[in-house]
Design a protein around this ligand. Structure first.
Ligand SMILES: [Zn+2]
Length: 285
């Protein structure tokens, strides 16, 4: 369920960085670093050469996002896809910058500069695939709702909550329902909506649904404005190596034992399945 995966705002921060920094550039070379760890980052390619040949000489035309996957469209009908898991980092560097430990993939551009993929625990993945086959690949489009993209009405949202009828936090973490909310934002959204993590999603009043929907959208866009959330667990940084600042605005996540910013009651946490749910017992019902 909650796995510390990078969430939508962080992925969208990187997409915007990529749009600015690499769109329009042509790939000069793509290097998978020596060693078996680097090969584990390209599990869909049998050989380094296959990955390299699909990239070399290609121009990046668009920086897109499919759920939590970053998709760089190339001018050769293919796309370069990054899935960052919970620990992978993408960095834009100059060619002369020293290679940091755990750098597995280095993509160089003809006009200079490099895009590097680092991953301490190898939870991420990178591959090149045909653009017209992307949607059919496992994990690429198996979510119902992307709240940064979708123009889903609250009425439809309400029907989906009703049909699923599960505890709220578990449902918000279910990537097949809403993509990329993650541990941090699911707790913050439920606090904003005044709902406990174990409140059933079915049978919410229309007022609750509207408030949940509005809060969900607001929090994701606020987090995006703050360039994402960097917690000790995620250590998120953008393409330039800069941490986000939304962690300074968190109301409940990671604040167990501290007092609620709204009512001064103590923030509690409870373990549900494999993740903690942080909440205010007074503000959330
Ligand atoms: Zn409170």
């Amino acid at each position: 369920m909650g796995t510390g995966m990078l969430a939508l705002p962080e992925i969208e921060v990187l997409r915007r960085n990529l749009e600015k920094e690499v769109v329009g550039r042509r790939v000069k070379g793509a290097e998978i670093r020596p060693g078996s760890n680097a090969m584990k980052m390209i599990p869909r390619h049998g050989r380094r050469k296959e990955f390299q040949e699909l990239l070399e000489g290609a121009k990046i035309q668009r920086a897109d996002r499919m759920g939590t996957r970053l998709v760089l469209e190339l001018d050769n009908l293919h796309a370069l896809v990054f899935s960052l898991g919970s620990t992978a980092r993408l960095l834009k560097t100059s060619a002369s910058d020293e290679l940091e430990a755990h750098t597995h993939v280095v993509i160089s551009f003809t006009i200079g500069g490099q895009l590097r993929l680092l991953d301490v625990k190898r939870t991420g993945e990178v591959f090149v695939a045909r653009q017209d086959e992307l949607k059919a690949l496992p994990g690429m489009a198996d979510f119902a709702l992307d709240p940064l993209e979708s123009s889903l009405t609250w009425h439809h949202f309400s029907q989906m909550l009703e049909q699923k009828d599960r505890p709220m936090k578990a449902l918000l973490l279910d990537g097949t329902f809403i993509t990329g909310l993650g541990d941090v934002y699911s707790d913050e959204i439920l606090f904003g909506a005044g709902l406990r993590h174990d409140h059933p999603s079915g049978g919410l009043s229309s007022q609750d649904v509207r408030r949940l929907y509005r809060t969900l959208t607001e929090i994701l866009f606020d987090a995006l404005k703050a360039r994402g959330t960097s917690t000790p667990e995620s250590e998120f940084v953008d393409l330039y190596g800069q941490a986000g600042t939304y962690q300074l605005e968190l109301k409940v996540f990671g604040r167990n034992g501290e007092s609620c910013r709204r009512c001064r009651h103590e923030i509690l946490r409870e373990k549900i399945e494999d993740v903690w749910a942080y909440f205010c017992p007074h503000c959330q019902a």
